[in-house]
Design a protein around this ligand. Sequence first.
Ligand code: SAH
Ligand code: SF4
Ligand code: F3S
Length: 450
Amino acid sequence: MAKHLYIKTFGCQMNERDSEIIEQLLAQSSYVLVTEPESADLILINTCSIRDKAEQKVYSLLGQLAPLKKKNKQLKIGVLGCVAQQESENIVKRAPFVDLVIGTQQIYRIPEMLDRLAGNVTVREIATDLAGSFVIPAFQKLLKGNPPSPASGEFRKFVTIMQGCNNYCSYCVVPSTRGREVSRSVADILEEVQLLVEQGVKEVTLLGQNVNSYGQTNAVADSPVTFAGLLHKVAKVPGLERLRFTTSNPKDLSEELIRCFAEIDILCPHFHLPVQSGSNHILQRMNRKYTREQYLEKIEGLRRVRPDIALATDIIVGFPGESDEDFAQTMDLLETVRFHGSFSFKYSDRPNTRSADFTDKVPEQIKKERLQQFQSRQDQISLEQNKKYVDTVQTVMVESRDNEKLKGRTGTNHIVHFPCQINHHPGETVAVKITRAGMHSLQGELAEKI
Ligand code: SAH
Ligand code: SF4
Ligand code: F3S
């Protein structure tokens, strides 16, 4: 009989991908997804620890779910992801009704752990080993027997190419929650991309915390390959129409990778290149290992090979020791690059990070003002950048359809809304003439040709 799985995912695309893998793993044990926790036999919370008070948020969510256990004695609750990794047994101390705690590299063990729980042999299951054990080989085995079947209309997929991170940016929990950097083998990646394309997937985003250092720490013996080399190989998979990747640390962005934007026609002209700060003093304290000047040089290089490239970034404001002058440098960098969009955050202390111990913290009110100033200027720039697309014809891949309203995405990663009476479906590529630009999306109408 089918059992009901409710899974709530926080955080980055890596967590989203992990949740998908878990769904596929559990589908083998007759679990079907439900959208309400009330009707579930198994509730999994896949957590993120990157900012703010992540731990408290998880505990308060668990507090809300606890009463469900009284109503359904069979219900199991599990906590996964980066907070699970970081808090491990603390979770069951503070929320004793939790049945499973599973760290970031142990998710493939979920079915086995659930079997033990069902047999009532164990009261609770905790697995947070980070010792280089790898979710991917186990998933790969599963994939070989059971190719993924994207739900109808699903044509964009993430493919994990590496795990963990070795960079130790001074503010970041990822090296401690995801462990050491390990690259997946080229053969496994190509096999997964091929399987996905055979299932109808048209766009693949290669995923890792720092994809630019792909190949430096290999999981299995493989002939050496750079990230640019991997992109060339993946781009040759027949039937793949669009290729993207995320995320990149600018320090590892090579000339060879920049050239890929000229050489690989299915590589989308969009680059998310987190800069974090425009001040060399702050970049150094963040342990980012590049300067403002080096960052700007790479941006210039990208624009030289691909003038239509759309650039996005991440910014942290109010990092410890950030003076008015340091922040002015960040604002100046925004004016210089004129990013199409950005994600910006107030700095927050995180467990097991070096900057948590820095003593020169920026007051909350100043962080708030700086964030607001950055975001309102970014909004203006995004609108100005988007207006440049008006009257151009863009290639748009349709993502969803609501009666006669279609939503799609350009190679530059802009969302486009357009009306359409003809039956165009998700996954199809159409030409759209852009008629209006907003801050976060474009509007258009179907055009004759691409
Ligand atoms: N691997 C990516 C970043 C992943 S985390 C890179 O190297 O750029 C996503 C974003 O969260 C980061 O780019 C950063 O802007 C933000 N972030 C990470 N830790 C933070 C912290 N302690 N406080 C505020 N923002 C943080
Ligand atoms: Fe965190 Fe830095 Fe690694 Fe990105 S590169 S995940 S910011 S440590
Ligand atoms: Fe969050 Fe972990 Fe991703 S902390 S951003 S879910 S790697």
